[in-house]
Design a protein around this ligand. Structure first.
Ligand code: ADP
Ligand code: ADP
Length: 227
């Protein structure tokens, strides 16, 4: 479980991006943060893996303040997927995914075997592993990004507009894949989007953001549609 308790983030230039946010993300759910651009979704997400620390308040994972954890250790338990997959351009797709287990001390052979399994998990044919990221479509690159985020088998997955840069048809395929994956993996997923349709499609829980905080929380997407 992830909890935001009275969390405020004020940037050095005085912008209050998040203003006394209180929010609970239940374990084993896909919780969507939805809202217009600039309302503090990314800032909130990044306070979970300590890319950003709050100015006030605290973020807790399973009751423990994340600021008590070493950022590198903390991030081993938290997969992170962003809009531009952020792959290493000079490494093959397979090695992009194998990097994470390698860093955890796995042998090269074991890491590559694991990476190949993960490519299959996200629905990429094995031969794509030999390509370089630029030789993949945008949608395929995002799949690799998801595979890499899953490589350390983290209980938590943070996804920041992961599918926003791909065309609508590919996006639907990726959404279906994520729902299928979640059925097997049962992660705690926080998914940021500005797209209400995507929020309704993916969210088991939905937090609607407005400037600086949460406007409303819904347990089921149907509740949003009823509005
Ligand atoms: P969202 O993810 O909902 O688009 P962000 O969390 O990225 O929102 O941004 C929230 C607000 O904080 C915006 O007004 C944005 O311009 C501002 N902001 C984001 N990053 C910084 C920064 N490094 N310095 C100053 N202001 C920032
Ligand atoms: P998408 O709709 O997923 O963005 P694209 O139209 O970008 O798909 O790509 C379609 C197909 O072409 C994909 O199977 C992809 O692997 C292949 N492809 C795209 N760019 C390259 C490239 N530079 N070299 C080799 N194959 C590519």
């Amino acid at each position: 479980m992830i909890e935001f308790r009275d969390v405020t983030k004020k940037y050095p230039d005085g912008t209050v991006a998040v203003d006394e946010l209180n929010l609970t993300v239940e374990a084993g759910t896909i919780t969507v943060f939805v809202g217009p651009s600039g309302c503090g979704k990314t800032t909130s997400l990044r306070m979970v893996n300590r890319m950003i620390d709050p100015s006030a308040g605290e973020v807790l994972i399973d009751g423990e303040d994340v600021r008590k954890s070493d950022p590198a250790l903390l991030r081993r338990g938290i997969g992170y997927v962003i809009q531009q997959a952020g792959l290493f351009p000079h490494r093959t797709v397979l090695d992009n995914v194998a990097t994470v287990p390698l860093l955890s001390g796995w042998t090269k052979a074991k890491a590559r075997t694991r990476a190949a399994e993960l490519l299959e998990t996200v629905g990429l044919p094995a031969e794509m592993g030999k390509r370089f990221p630029a030789q993949l479509s945008g949608g395929q690159q995002q799949r690799v990004g998801v595979a890499r985020a899953l490589a350390a088998d983290p209980p938590i997955l943070l996804m920041d507009e992961p599918f926003s840069a791909v065309d609508p048809v590919v996006r639907e395929g990726l959404q279906d894949e994520l729902l299928r994956l979640q059925g097997e993996l049962d992660k705690t997923i926080v998914f940021v989007t500005h797209d209400i349709d995507e929020a309704v499609r993916l969210g088991e829980k939905v937090a609607v953001f407005r400037q600086g905080g949460v406007l409303a929380q819904y347990d089921a997407p149907a509740e949003i549609l009823a509005r």
